[in-house]
Write a protein that binds this ligand. Structure first.
Ligand SMILES: CC(C)(COP(=O)(O)OP(=O)(O)OC[C@H]1O[C@@H](n2cnc3c(N)ncnc32)[C@H](O)[C@@H]1OP(=O)(O)O)[C@@H](O)C(=O)NCCC(=O)NCCS
Length: 205
C-alpha cells in the first residue's frame, strides 16, 4: 500500500491506503463479528473501544508510517477518531497477552488505484500494520496467516490482493511468507509499489 490514513466518523481526512479506520466499501456477505481467532501466540478479534488508544498510537507512529504515508498528528487523531475505530467487517485487532499490538484489514480495492486482477476492481485487499515494539517476532505473519484462513472460510474461492512499497522490506517479506505472488509493479505516491495476489489454492497458509 502507498499511504495510510486514520479518519474520523465523518471521513473528513484523505484516504490513500487500505490500512484505514474509515468505513470502507463493504467486504461482502460475511458473518461479522467472528468469534475471536486464536493462533499459537495471538488473538484476532473485532475492534473495541479499548483499542482506540493503541490504534491512535499506531497511526501516529513515525516508524509505522514510514512506507504508508507518514505519521498522523496524535492531537488530530484524538479529536477525530471514532469512539471505537475500525468497526467494520474485515477489520481485525491483533493482541498478544491481552494487549493490542496491531491491526489487519480486508477492504475492497478502489478502481481509482492501479493494480487489479478483476476488470471490475473491488478485489479483497489485505492490509497490516503493527506497533514497532511488536516487530521482528513473526507476529504479523502469524496473524495474517490466520486472517487469510478466516477469509477463505468467509468468502470461499475469492483471491486476496496486497499492495506494498517495494522499499518496505519487512512488508515484502511478510507478503512472500504468506504466499503472495507478484502480479504487477507500478509507481504510485512517488514510489514503486508491489502488487501481489494470493489464493487459498496457492497460498502458503
Ligand atoms: C510490515 C510489518 C507488519 C512487518 O512486521 P514484522 O514484525 O517485520 O513481520 P513478521 O511478523 O513476519 O516478523 C518477521 C521477523 O520476525 C523474526 N522472528 C523472530 N521470532 C520469530 C518467530 N518466532 N517466528 C517467525 N519470525 C520470527 C523473523 O526473523 C523476521 O525478521 P526479519 O524480517 O528481519 O527476517 C511491520 O513492519 C509494520 O507494521 N510496518 C508498518 C506498516 C506497514 O508498512 N505495513 C505494510 C503495508 S501493507
Amino acid at each position: 500500500m502507498g499511504h495510510a490514513r486514520i479518519v474520523g466518523a465523518s471521513g473528513a481526512l484523505g484516504f490513500l491506503c487500505p490500512v484505514s479506520l474509515r468505513r470502507m466499501a463493504h467486504l461482502g456477505p460475511v458473518a461479522w463479528p467472528p468469534h475471536p481467532i486464536k493462533t499459537q501466540r495471538l488473538v484476532l478479534r473485532e475492534s473495541e473501544a479499548r483499542d482506540r488508544a493503541g490504534l491512535i498510537e499506531l497511526f501516529s507512529s513515525p516508524e509505522a508510517g514510514t512506507y504508508v504515508g507518514g505519521a498522523q498528528s496524535r492531537e488530530e487523531l484524538e479529536r477525530t477518531a471514532p469512539e471505537t475505530p475500525g468497526q467494520r467487517a474485515g477489520f481485525f485487532v491483533v493482541e498478544v497477552d491481552g494487549a493490542m499490538i496491531g491491526m489487519i484489514t480486508f477492504d475492497r480495492r478502489d478502481a481509482e488505484h492501479p493494480g487489479h486482477i478483476s476488470p471490475d476492481a473491488g478485489e479483497a485487499e489485505l492490509g497490516y500494520m503493527f506497533l514497532p515494539h511488536a516487530w521482528g517476532r513473526g507476529y504479523a505473519t502469524e496473524a495474517c496467516a490466520a486472517a487469510l484462513q478466516w477469509f477463505t472460510g468467509a468468502l470461499p474461492g475469492e483471491p486476496v490482493v496486497l499492495c506494498t512499497q517495494t522499499a518496505n522490506g519487512p512488508s515484502m517479506r511478510v507478503a512472500a511468507k504468506l504466499g503472495f505472488t507478484e502480479a504487477a509493479r507500478f509507481e504510485e505516491y512517488g514510489a514503486e509499489q508491489w502488487f501481489g495476489v494470493w489464493s487459498a489454492a496457492t497460498g502458503a497458509t
